[in-house]
Structures are given as structure tokens and as C-alpha cells.
Design a protein around this ligand. Structure first.
Ligand SMILES: Nc1ncnc2c1ncn2[C@@H]1O[C@H](COP(=O)(O)OP(=O)(O)OP(=O)(O)O)[C@@H](O)[C@H]1O
Ligand SMILES: [Mg+2]
Length: 391
């Protein structure tokens, strides 16, 4: 069928035609915004899960919901080489510029001035003015001490008050939050904590790998009570079927039942895999029905696409020594391995693998779900490794 009309969206953060199975998290987010608009507080959210399960698209939906309600909302990604200070400063520019106007209330003017000082703290050549002369506005500024926690605190407080004056709130969304520095993590926890205690019109949502809850708890021991943790997982059979069938329906095409069953089975309901295999099947089909034989070809092409892209890119990122370590982990499948067992398989002490393990974590190939355990960040990696020839 026409690839131009293909409704499937494999990739990173690409919005699917049908975002299925996330109603409870979306409800939670809407309730959080409602509560804050009603002058109450809401617990900040943490979305965590493996690569490709749909954390980014959910966070982006959170962003749209808040933006559609005219909130001041910033969505940033950690680990891109920019500090959180800089990423937040930049992301806040557009929503603040939209609000800036000469007739703005006192608190909004104060918030804008504080945002300018926050910006000046990392960019002395900055030229933002929001088109306003803020020199006369009372208070504001001062988010440029250079201490991140202090500056974030000032920024969040003044922008929450500005948002409240506008009848909305402030939402800060951080993707790949496991890649924040310890100082940034501690600052986010501390500011979210104070915001909750003092009733600021402000909330946070963080997304990241399954190590994120542990990383947060290490940054601040109260993190486990501060946040609501939502594990984002693969879709169950019914939802996975819907993720395939609905996008086709929107284009007036339909799936044969057995074809759906095959793709759901082949992908184990992982959202990214569903999109990839759905896309391949669509391109293979003559239509208007996507048949079982289309699905067989689609599944083979989908597997090949994952092998040569998704999995291969990760495998090639590892050195020979790291690949040997990954191969020893693959014996345990996708569920994770005790580092002691992996070391024993390779005939050396656990400690001697410390640097290899640390490099693999830094490269995003594995994570430590708990102390002394390592697991792959992508589903199906163990199988892929076992299909690779031993050098
Ligand atoms: N609920 C969903 N229903 C259907 N498709 C989805 C859903 N969530 C995500 N997808 C699709 O899955 C793919 C991966 O989504 P996304 O990039 O959000 O995952 P992620 O968890 O952020 O992955 P990573 O950890 O690699 O950043 C995208 O192609 C997206 O369209
Ligand atoms: Mg993502």
C-alpha cells in the first residue's frame, strides 16, 4: 500500500497514530494539573522503562496537554551535552515570550526578570528581553548565583507565582533523567520537594531508564516518597492489537486477524517493534487488507531492520572486551544477570570487570536495576547477541 500514507511511526519519540494503553498515566497527569489549578499540590511523576516502550511520546503528550491549557511548560532531554541549567533556560524562552506583554501583572514581570537572570547565569552574551524593559519591575532576578539548586529554586518559585497569577501552573518535564548529574538530580528533587511543601503552582515529570528510581533515591533519600513511579511496559495482547489495527483503520485499511496475531507475537507487544513491523507489513501489502502473508514478510523485514539498525548500532558501539561481557550476560536472556555470575563465566573476579561495566552503562547498553545486577536496556538484545557469530 502507499508508503506515503503509511500510518506507523517507528523511531525515537515519534508520535504514534494511536497512543494506546497509557490512559492511567494520562489521567494522573490531568488530575495533577487540575489539582494545581485548584490551588492544591500534586506529586511529581516518574516514568521509567526499557528503550522503545514509549516514555518520550508519553512525556510529549504531557507537554501538549499542559501547553493546551496555557501552562508555562518546558520539556528538556538530559545527556545531550547541555547542562540542565542551559536546557531549561532555552526551553522556557518560548512559553515565557508568549506570555510577555506590557500589561502583564506584577508577578509575571517578576518571573520574566528572574528567567532573564537564570539565562544570564550561563550565557553572558544573551540578548533576550521579552520585548519589555524590566529594570523597573519590583523584585525578580537573582537566579544567577551559579549554584544550580539555589538558582533553580528561585526560578521555579518566581515562575510558579507568575503562572498562578495567570491562572495556570508551571510544568518541568525532563527526559532521559538518569543522565542528569548528581548535582542536577539533587536540585530537581529538592525543588520538587519544597514546591510540594509550600504549595507552589508547579510540578515535574521525569522519564528515563529503569535505573531512574534508584538514581533518584541515591540523590535524595526521600525521593521514593516524593515521586509517583509509573513503570512503562510493553503492551498486553489486547492493547498491542489495538496499536496495530487502529492506525490502519484511520486510513480505511484493515488487518486480517491472524496477521495481527502473528505481529503481536513476533514483537512481544513492544511499542517500537510494533511500529516497525506494522510499517513493513503495510509497505508489503497490496490492500485494502493486510493479510497473513503480508505479515509474514513484514515480520521478516522488521526483524532484519531491527538487526541491522536498533541492535547492530548498540553492538557495534561496544569494544571487543565489552562484547565478551555482553555475550556472557546474554546467557541469562533479557531478565538481567548477577554481575558475579557474569564474571564467573568469564573466569575472573567481579571487581576486574568494574571499568567494562561502567563503560557499558555510560554507553547506555546496560543498566543496573539493583546493586550487583546488570540488564540490557533494550528488549531482545540477548537473542540478538546469541545470533552473532563468536569472533
Ligand atoms: N502507547 C503506544 N502505543 C503505540 N505506539 C507507541 C506507544 N508508545 C510509543 N509508541 C511507539 O514506540 C516507539 C518508541 O517510543 P518512544 O521513543 O517514546 O520510546 P522511549 O521509551 O522513549 O524509548 P527510548 O528509551 O529509546 O528513548 C515510537 O515509534 C512510538 O511511536
Ligand atoms: Mg525516549
Amino acid at each position: 500500500m502507499d508508503p506515503v500514507l503509511n500510518p506507523y511511526a517507528p523511531g525515537a519519540g515519534r508520535l504514534p497514530a494511536a497512543l494506546v494503553g497509557r490512559d492511567s498515566q494520562l489521567d494522573r497527569w490531568r488530575i495533577a494539573l487540575d489539582r494545581i489549578e485548584a490551588g492544591r499540590t500534586a506529586q511529581p511523576l516518574v516514568l521509567y522503562g526499557l528503550r522503545g516502550v514509549g516514555k518520550t511520546v508519553l512525556l510529549t503528550r504531557f507537554f501538549s496537554i499542559a501547553r493546551d491549557r496555557n501552562w508555562i511548560v518546558a520539556q528538556v532531554e538530559a545527556g545531550t551535552g547541555k547542562s540542565l541549567r542551559e536546557a531549561l533556560g532555552e526551553a522556557l524562552h518560548a512559553p515565557l515570550a508568549d506570555l510577555a506583554r506590557p500589561s502583564a501583572g506584577k508577578r509575571l514581570l517578576k518571573g520574566l526578570k528572574t528567567a532573564l537572570s537564570f539565562k544570564a547565569s550561563y550565557d553572558t552574551g544573551g540578548t533576550w528581553t521579552f520585548g519589555l524593559d524590566l529594570t523597573e519591575s519590583a523584585g525578580g532576578g537573582g537566579a544567577d548565583t551559579g549554584m544550580f539548586e539555589t538558582d533553580l529554586h528561585k526560578l521555579a518559585l518566581d515562575l510558579s507565582e507568575a503562572a498562578e497569577e495567570e491562572g495556570v501552573g508551571l510544568a518541568i518535564l525532563i527526559d532521559e533523567a538518569q543522565d542528569l548529574t548528581p548535582e542536577e538530580l539533587a536540585a530537581v528533587c529538592s525543588v520538587a520537594h519544597i514546591a510540594g511543601q509550600r504549595g507552589w503552582a508547579c510540578t515535574f515529570a521525569l522519564a528515563g531508564l529503569p535505573s531512574l528510581p534508584r538514581v533518584l533515591a541515591e540523590a535524595k533519600s526521600y525521593a521514593e516518597r516524593l515521586f509517583v513511579f509509573e513503570r512503562i511496559e510493553q503492551l498486553d495482547q489486547t492493547l498491542a492489537r489495538k496499536a496495530l489495527v487502529k492506525p490502519a483503520e484511520l486510513e480505511s485499511a484493515r488487518w486480517d486477524d491472524d496477521a495481527v496475531t502473528l505481529i503481536v507475537q513476533e514483537t512481544s507487544g513492544y511499542p517500537y517493534f510494533l511500529q516497525q513491523f506494522g510499517q513493513e507489513t503495510w509497505n508489503e501489502a497490496i490492500g485494502p487488507e493486510l493479510t497473513l502473508s503480508d505479515a509474514r514478510v513484514g515480520a521478516a523485514r522488521g526483524r532484519a531492520a531491527l538487526d541491522s539498525g536498533f541492535f547492530r548500532a548498540r553492538w557495534d558501539r561496544a569494544t571487543r572486551a565489552e562484547q565478551r561481557y555482553l555475550r556472557a550476560m546474554a546467557d541469562d536472556g533479557d531478565t538481567g544477570s548477577a554481575s558475579g555470575d557474569v564474571a564467573a563465566r568469564l573466569g575472573r573476579s567481579v571487581n576486574s570487570f568494574g571499568p567494562v561495566r561502567a563503560n557499558l552503562i555510560a554507553k547506555g547498553l546496560i543498566f543496573a536495576p539493583e546493586h550487583g545486577v546488570v540488564a540490557f536496556t533494550v528488549p531482545g538484545m540477548a537473542d540478538f547477541i546469541q545470533r552473532q557469530p563468536d569472533p
